[in-house]
Design a protein. Structure first.
Length: 293
């Protein structure tokens, strides 16, 4: 069994990005600029956004955090999006999800200029990805693809089972794994809440991608010997032995599943750091395409 070290791979790729940015700025170009919009006080969202801003600092990107109270109106948030769309010094921006209930996430996502949509959530970018002409691949799927690529994990002809059909992870992941590409060419099964027997589907998988958001959902009896297991879940479970009273676990029962796997990602230190890295990769790409030209 080999543990896929997303933390180390993230550090390696971020160092490559830092060197590239240093070269670009040394020749008189401005640094790439990523803006994150954070609404309200969701602690998980605040943690993710902080990690993204820290990664910008590490790699020499300019970063800006725009914070709005949870009672911000949809029209006020649309004004923020419009300003960022029009700002030539901003290469890419994200609006951290989820948003408060009174704001329609689709309306906000649709308002983002696809050229600056480094999350890859806009229908234009989603469509381009589905057609195999990607502009920006959503950060978490892009991070996973990059991991599989850098670890030289063979995907062609394999059976990939994705658990969860979210717009952010499960659905794009299922499309990417089935496309004709270096990481791809899988036969894909996308399982969800109406799947008759998820365990039975997962048992047939060479590659499992768990993105359902339920702690320890994937157990050892569900995993084929030699499978590759990618755990996208970040779930908080009570743990009195920890100072903060909880710990983070994935969607996979790591301890019991790991011995059966050829490769497995841990939580934390697996997919999470790769998501942040993929966001930087998208922003750098946007900067090179639209600022450097
Ligand atoms: N919420 C959970 N994951 C993400 C992400 O990748 N981007 C944004 N904007 N919100 C999220």
């Amino acid at each position: 069994m080999q543990r896929i070290d997303g933390k180390q791979l993230g550090i390696t790729i971020q160092e490559e990005i830092r060197q590239e940015v240093a070269q670009l700025t040394a020749t008189g170009n401005r640094a790439p600029h990523l803006v994150a919009v954070l609404v309200g006080d969701n602690p998980a969202s605040a943690t993710y956004v902080r990690a993204k801003m820290r990664a910008c600092k590490r790699t020499g990107f300019q970063s800006t955090l725009v914070q709005k109270e949870s009672d911000v109106t949809e029209s006020e948030l649309l004004d923020v999006v419009k300003q960022l769309n029009e700002d030539p010094n901003v290469d890419g921006f994200i609006v951290q999800l989820p948003l408060p209930k009174h704001i329609d996430e689709h309306v906000i996502t649709m308002a983002i200029d696809p050229i600056k949509d480094v999350d890859g959530f806009h229908p234009t970018n989603f469509g381009l990805m589905a057609l195999g002409m990607p502009q920006y691949i959503p950060a978490t799927p892009y991070g996973i693809i990059t991991m599989l690529d850098r670890y030289n994990i063979e995907t062609s002809g394999k059976h990939c089972v994705v658990i969860g059909r979210s717009n952010i992870v499960g659905t794009p992941m299922s499309i990417l794994m089935s496309r004709k590409a270096k990481v791809g060419n899988c036969t894909v099964t996308l399982t969800h809440s109406r799947t008759k027997d998820v365990a039975e589907e997962v048992r047939r998988a060479d590659i499992v991608i768990a993105a359902i958001g339920r702690a320890n959902f994937v157990t050892a009896d569900m995993v084929k010997e030699g499978a590759v297991v990618i755990d996208v879940g970040i779930n908080s479970v009570d743990d009195a032995s920890r100072k903060r009273g909880y710990r983070l676990v994935g969607d996979v029962d790591f301890e019991n599943v790991a011995p059966k796997c050829s490769f497995i990602t841990p939580v934390p230190g697996g997919v999470g750091p790769m998501t942040v890295t993929a966001l930087l990769m998208n922003t750098l790409e946007g900067y090179k395409t639209h600022y450097l030209k």
